[in-house]
Design a protein around this ligand. Sequence first.
Ligand SMILES: [Zn+2]
Length: 393
Amino acid sequence: MSPSGAEVIRQIRQQIEEVDPAEVSEHLGNGIVLVDVRESDEWDRGHIPGAVHVPRSYLESRIEGAVSDRDARVVLYCASGSRSAIAAHILSDMLGYTNVASMTGGITLWKDRGYKVEVPRSLTREQKERYGRHLLLPEVGPEGQAKLLDAKVLLLGAGGLGSPSALYLAAAGVGTLGIVDDDEVDLSNLQRQVIHSTRTIGTPKVDSAEAAIAELNPDVRVVKYPVRVGASNIVEIIEGYDVIVDGLDNFPTRYLLNDASVRLGIPVVSASILGFDGQLSVFAPHDGPCYRCLYRVPPPAELAPSCGANGVLGVLPGTMGLLQATEVVKLVTGIGEPLIGRLLLYEALGATFTELKVRRDPECPICSRDPSEIADEELGVFPDYEAFCAAAG
Ligand SMILES: [Zn+2]
């Protein structure tokens, strides 16, 4: 007579290692990989913080993606400890994992003991469909998507760089997009500023961008700032944002942004373009260099690209703006290696990317100091501030 299912589970539980929730709680985040083997709807109702999700039904095909080191300490759990026992048996006996255990009593006992459970923000059916391709990436998944929906990203400028950034960040489901621009849409913008259209010529860029975003993704809330950024309003505008996309076209404001963002501890994804060349870097206050560490003073006014109209290949800000959007998504979701301490140079005609290492300047006039010591009057100040663009004519 064949043994009953309950008898099989009992036998398996004798062959595998079982650990108590107290032990798991103690070692969590400390060299153990905690794997939730329940189904997706169970995971969505709440799971142990820090756990990775590999449903029992996909265990054999997905476990290697989640735990590549077969000697890693792996603890599995389910609702009550039965499915995780079987999964532990499969991992150790059939898939060669050497240090696997199943948590006794599953998440039910874990909760009874009063340990923390994380309930992911639940996505609506429409959101699950809209962001389906993100949900399929284990690195993003529902949690990464929830972070994007909760994120507040500020775009300084709705021009060449800000246009593609804003469109893709909206499409990706960044929940709040602040847009700062005091300009109106001009026919000559449309060669590259793809968020605007022939129909919106003559209207404020913030309105034109808001309308395009609303059509693309109603999940996104747009906060408009139809103003010029200056020393008097910058702190008020950028405060409360998680990441800033710098699409500014002039040096004085770039210094101002740098100083204010260092003071408030907000990372800035910065790009600049000229002709066929683009540059990109992420300035994360105190984790890497700031803009002033790289450029202590601006270039001589006659060499500065920012003061007048210059030629630019229309596609180039698209390339650079989308690299900025990519860095924003990485910073928000916490995946990958952001471009901190690195300067990426793109030369479109030769189709070459070059990366330079950039370091913090221990003598930096801004980021070497305690942020609370940076006074309002110091923000954005550099020698010859007023004369700077005047000299370029
Ligand atoms: Zn610095």
